[in-house]
Design a protein around this ligand. Structure first.
Ligand code: HPA
Length: 274
């Protein structure tokens, strides 16, 4: 699509003007409570979303809203410190614009992380889950509308949206670190409300292990434009209806902070292995 490509070219040119066109291998999108991994990036270049042409501007509390470009574990990375969610009011194409931008910059690998509600009753809050697949019943796809064939084909495969070979690497790294890594299916809900207990029961019947409000639009766009993607969820709470108590955002933040150490170690070892 001419218009999208024009915007992406403009955004790419802006970022490359700041990074002096340095090669970047890996894109990182950090979920709630996990954003300070970006603070460990060395020789960082910070670019606020609000300064980047065509980028939406982040509105969620606790999200810094900037790109951090630099080195982490010997790899050249570009990190979204704060992401865009559909529930904030952005359109799906805005949500994935930064992902497409990374691809335009030549980034090959994408690591998507998030906080999620735990649907699998054999697991507990604090567990980390490798995303092996997803379910999205919510309408609207980020690729809806004219196709930008420069990015990817009109109809595209989703059977390896979460790269199986990279998944093997994550499994091995987790084992070496002594992390009891779960794996399963992430189900996308548009939010911002948490799910109802009935929705969670339905999701379980459909084969979902975790519920969340991010990652899937980005993973779809990433599959479209040819990224090799890894998704990791932090189970921050048991999903609705499993326990007696109501869900709240505070619990999500507290659990993600509690797990930060393992989570950070896993992502860093993955970076080393890539
Ligand atoms: N549901 C949806 N998104 C979430 C949840 C949840 O229970 N916890 C953290 N993000």
């Amino acid at each position: 699509m001419e218009n999208l490509m024009k915007k992406l070219e403009q955004t790419k040119t802006y970022i490359e003007g700041i990074t002096k066109g340095r090669k970047i291998q890996i894109g990182l999108v950090l979920g709630s409570g996990l954003g300070d991994l970006a603070d460990q990036i060395t020789d960082p270049i910070f670019i606020s979303y609000e300064d980047i042409p065509n980028f939406p501007v982040s509105t969620v509390e606790g999200h810094a809203g900037r790109l951090v470009i630099g080195n982490l574990e010997g790899k050249s990375v570009i990190c979204m410190q704060g992401r865009f969610h559909y529930y904030e009011g952005y359109e799906m194409d805005q949500v994935v614009f930064p992902i497409q931008t990374m691809r335009m910059l030549g980034v090959e690998y994408l690591i998507l992380t998030n906080a999620a509600g735990c649907i699998n009753t054999a697991w507990k809050p604090g567990d980390l889950m490798l995303i092996t697949d997803h379910i999205k019943l919510a309408p609207s796809c980020p690729m809806r509308g004219p196709n930008a064939k420069e990015l990817g084909p009109r109809f595209f495969d989703m059977s390896k949206a979460y790269d199986p070979d990279l998944a093997d690497i994550v499994r091995k790294q987790a084992k070496d670190l002594g992390i009891n890594l779960r794996e399963g299916v992430y189900m996308y809900f548009a939010g911002p409300n948490y799910e109802t207990p009935a929705e969670i029961r339905a999701a379980r019947i459909l084969g979902a292990d975790a519920a969340g409000m991010s990652t899937v639009p980005e993973a779809i766009a990433a599959a479209h434009c040819g990224f090799r993607t890894i998704g990791i969820s932090c189970m921050t709470n048991m999903a609705a209806g499993i326990l007696k108590q109501p869900l709240n955002h505070q619990e999500v933040i507290e659990t993600s902070l509690m797990v930060k150490k393992d989570f950070t170690a896993l992502v860093k070892s993955l970076l080393r292995a890539l």
